[in-house]
Design a protein around this ligand. Structure first.
Ligand SMILES: Nc1ncnc2c1ncn2[C@@H]1O[C@H](COP(=O)(O)OP(=O)(O)OP(=O)(O)O)[C@@H](O)[C@H]1O
Length: 237
């Protein structure tokens, strides 16, 4: 369970997050949706202990990231890019993380297989395509077999086959009871993948609920999104 509670982030005079609250629950894929600059990455960075909140909290199973006993086995995270040094091979990158976490080498081969990257595991990460880099980042997130996944724009750079693969993969994780939170600004794609939707705009939550509730009387999630955000067009916050 991920619990964001009255989270505020200020940078100088600029309020990036204005007291946002939402949850991502086990057994559900939760889509965190919003236009560029809305505050999605800022929220996920605080949740994963990469940045500090001004006030409020972002908790993973009731604890801040820094207090997790086994972070890699609790939450898997993937942000922009592969997260690996270009001169390293994909396999070496994963082995390094696995060793630091006390995981067996065999787990590296398992996650390479899970993300379909075994064929390129011996190649330098610098030669990977964008999509291969995303798969490597996902493999790293899966190393500790965590019950929670937090993914920032996971379909960016993936080709149609890759997008279908990740959608199926994340749906399966949720069906096994995992908690999956993913951010995106691609509404059409998100509608195919998620159970719940949280929409953020200019640091404020403008909608939060089950996909069907959010779509409501609109024909698509995209239509609902524009209607919801347009209703607040006069809101300067
Ligand atoms: N390191 C930083 N220093 C100053 N401002 C920042 C920093 N990181 C983000 N911001 C600002 O915070 C706001 C939210 O950015 P954030 O990256 O969280 O949005 P986002 O919803 O993830 O957008 P995108 O879809 O473009 O990734 C933006 O106005 C951005 O300019």
């Amino acid at each position: 369970m991920l619990t964001i509670d009255h989270l505020v982030k200020r940078r100088g005079a600029h309020e990036i997050l204005s007291g946002i609250s939402f949850q991502a629950r086990p057994g559900r894929v939760t889509g965190f949706l919003g236009p560029n600059g809305a505050g999605k990455s800022s929220t996920l960075r605080i949740l994963l202990g990469l940045d500090r909140a001004t006030s409020g909290s972002a908790l993973i199973n009731g604890k801040p990231f820094a207090q997790l006993a086994n972070p890699l086995m609790t939450v898997g995270a993937a942000f922009d890019g592969s997260g690996a040094h270009g001169m390293r091979t994909g396999r070496a990158h994963l082995r390094w993380i696995a060793r630091a976490a006390g995981l067996p080498r065999s787990r590296v081969e398992e996650v390479l297989d899970m993300v379909g990257l075994t064929y390129a595991a011996g190649k330098r990460v610098g030669s990977y395509s964008l999509g291969m880099g995303r798969r490597l980042a996902l493999a790293a997130a899966l190393l500790g077999d965590p019950p929670i996944l937090v993914l920032d724009e996971p379909v960016n750079g993936l080709d149609p086959e890759g997008i279908r693969w990740i959608r199926t993969f994340l749906r399966e994780r949720a069906e096994f009871g995992n908690t999956v939170l993913l951010s995106s600004h691609l509404m059409g794609e998100l509608a195919e993948t998620v159970d719940d939707v949280v929409i953020i705009k200019r640091g404020k939550i403008v909608a939060d609920g089950a996909l069907e509730e959010i779509i409501g009387t609109h024909s698509t999630l995209e239509d609902a999104f524009f209607a919801l955000t347009a209703e607040r067009a006069g809101d300067t916050g």
